[in-house]
Design a protein. Structure first.
Length: 125
């Protein structure tokens, strides 16, 4: 049976989905926009700050499930501008250490609410 994972330390879902779902020994974290959960707003326009907020939201959701970023086995990063990749990558490296999770990163035409970055992940207990 799937278990819903929810925390007030990350933005609430903006549609018919969960912040995360636990299925067996895996946690599937929905894509996290760089929204500050206390204000409900993006944390500015700088891709470094935006990436940090998306990853902080993920970390907070994983914490609710009793996990850390070290439990992450796969991430997907979506950017609206691949010119932002180097700055995103620099911040991303602050949240993970060896062995780094597998990752896909690609450009998308648009993201919800006009976001510049969205990151999702899969973690294993």
């Amino acid at each position: 049976m799937n278990k819903k994972i929810t925390t007030l330390q990350a933005p609430a879902a903006i549609g018919p989905y969960s912040q995360a779902i636990e299925a067996d020994s895996y946690i599937f974290v929905s894509g996290q926009l760089p929204i500050d959960p206390t204000t409900g707003q993006f944390v500015g326009d700088d891709i470094s700050k935006l990436t940090r907020q998306s990853l902080t939201n993920i970390r907070n959701i994983l914490s609710e499930a009793g996990l850390t970023m070290a439990n992450v086995v796969k991430t997907t990063v979506m950017l609206t501008d691949m010119n932002d990749f180097p700055a995103m990558n620099e911040v991303y490296a602050e949240f993970f250490s060896e062995p780094f999770p597998a990752r896909s990163a690609f450009a998308v035409k648009a993201l919800p609410k006009g976001g510049k970055v969205e990151i999702e992940c899969i973690a294993k207990k």
